[in-house]
Design a protein around this ligand. Structure first.
Ligand code: NAI
Ligand code: AKG
Length: 387
């Protein structure tokens, strides 16, 4: 029996992936696994029971990844599962920033009592005229799951698209339309483009990347779109750029007390992934990841431990060791097993940054004293045994 706790509402389609072996825990402290969307977990204490956290979404800046790794808690996300939802809203953002659709709709609401509204609209509409996006230059920073979809969709709408991502994956590069120009530096993209959209994760290295220097390099009257995270943009610098006319519109999916209501902004209440399809995709993927880890020890799409897959556990006892990535860990594990004459049927040892994961299938009964010995090895963060 496994206990799970949801910190945010998670779609039923995903929850249906969890079998009768799973029961809802009333409190996070009682859970083997937590499902979360955007709730911040930085202030949470984690109980010894907690083995995994699944973020039903892409961004994991709401989770203390390093602390989780140190406590042997595997954190998953759901890469690409909500990318189409975000892409569609980015395209809407491009259009909202180009035509004064919001101003026009507001005008109609303000004049709804006007018996002559049809005629008056024809006079009023010149105040809401805009420009087309076809033929304009769009810069896409970050060519991951979302960036690639945005770049390709914008190219299909006739935009001239520039992409920048120094760490682009082979998969993303394959999916990118050949018509996308490769910007070799982000400065080149800033200088060239009429619209700039950011699709990078919030990391120490990306926080505040759109600052007054970056804004100063951009074309006068540029439109900046941020559907990634508020912290990527220096909001005070953005306000100065909006006031001076350097930036025509700032479209963001992240309301903050600083930016909400500022003239020239189009602020959306974090709706990028709020579609039935994205919510279902994320929830389904998150639940499957948790089940595979809890039941078989397999890791897929973790952001703090390496991926590792030894298939279904079958009849074997499976030992799972989460540890620091340092020399001679495997030697110590196999020595302990050999001492008790335990036969290893299969073994996998993978690493990611400072952390490593060893899976061992054994086909000899194992006394509990062996588990205690494995736990006592220095730099072992957690031992799980599936029998
Ligand atoms: N508004 C919303 O509802 C949503 C927002 N997001 C945000 O969007 C971000 C991106 O999502 P995905 O595309 O799914 O992630 P992803 O991981 O597939 O793509 C991120 C890309 O950014 C690139 N990158 C990293 N640092 C960079 C840098 N300094 N310059 C240029 N490129 C850089 C990476 O190489 C990668 O290709 C997420 O981390 C999350 O913060 C994601 C989903 C929904
Ligand atoms: O769950 C949500 O609605 C937020 C999605 C998001 O921001 C993400 O996946 O990074």
């Amino acid at each position: 029996m496994y206990r799970y706790h949801c910190l945010n509402p998670i779609s039923d389609i995903g929850m249906n992936e969890l079998t009768e072996e799973y029961v809802a825990a009333g409190k996070p402290e009682e859970a083997d696994a937590i499902l979360v969307r955007s709730a911040s977990m930085h202030e949470m204490e984690f109980s010894k029971e907690l083995k995994a956290i699944a973020r039903a979404g892409a961004g994991v800046n709401n989770i203390p990844l390093e602390r989780c790794a140190e406590e042997g808690i595997v954190v998953f996300n759901t890469p690409g599962a909500n990318a189409n939802g975000v892409k569609e809203l980015v395209i809407a953002g491009l259009l909202l920033a180009s035509r004064d659709i919001i101003g026009g709709i507001n005008w109609v609401q303000e004049n709804e009592e006007d018996g002559n509204i049809a005629k008056d609209a024809e006079k009023a509409k010149k105040a809401f005229a805009g420009c087309e996006i076809e033929g304009k230059k769009l810069g896409v920073i970050g060519l991951g799951a979302i960036g690639v979809l945005v770049a390709n969709a914008a190219a299909n709408l006739g935009m001239d698209v520039y992409g920048y991502d120094p760490y682009v994956s082979v998969d993303s590069a394959w999916r990118l339309s050949r018509s996308i120009h490769h910007a070799k530096t982000v400065d080149e993209l800033y200088q060239e483009c009429d619209y700039i959209t950011i699709h990078v994760p919030a990391l120490e290295s990306t926080k505040g990347m759109i600052d007054c220097d970056a804004l100063g390099l951009m074309k006068k009257g540029v439109v900046v779109l941020n559907f990634a995270r508020d912290v990527l943009v220096d909001e005070e610098a953005m306000i100065d750029a909006l006031v001076s006319g350097q930036v025509k519109h700032y479209v963001t999916d992240f309301p903050t007390p600083v930016i909400a209501g500022v003239k020239g902004t189009i602020v959306i209440p974090h709706l990028g992934a709020s579609t039935a399809e994205s919510e279902d995709n994320c929830a389904k993927m998150a639940a499957k990841e948790l089940r595979n880890y809890l039941e078989n020890g397999n890791i897929k799409n973790s952001v703090n431990y390496p991926d590792s897959d030894m298939g279904l556990r079958g009849d074997h006892t499976r030992i799972l060791l989460l540890h620091h990535n340092i020399p001679n860990m495997l030697g110590q594990f196999t020595k302990i097993l050999a001492k008790d004459n335990i036969n290893i049927a299969d073994l996998s040892n993978k690493s990611k940054g400072g952390y490593a994961y060893t899976m061992i299938d054994i086909d000899t009964p194992m006394p509990d004293s062996v588990v205690d010995e494995l736990k006592a090895v220095g730099d072992v963060l957690r031992v799980r045994v599936l029998r």
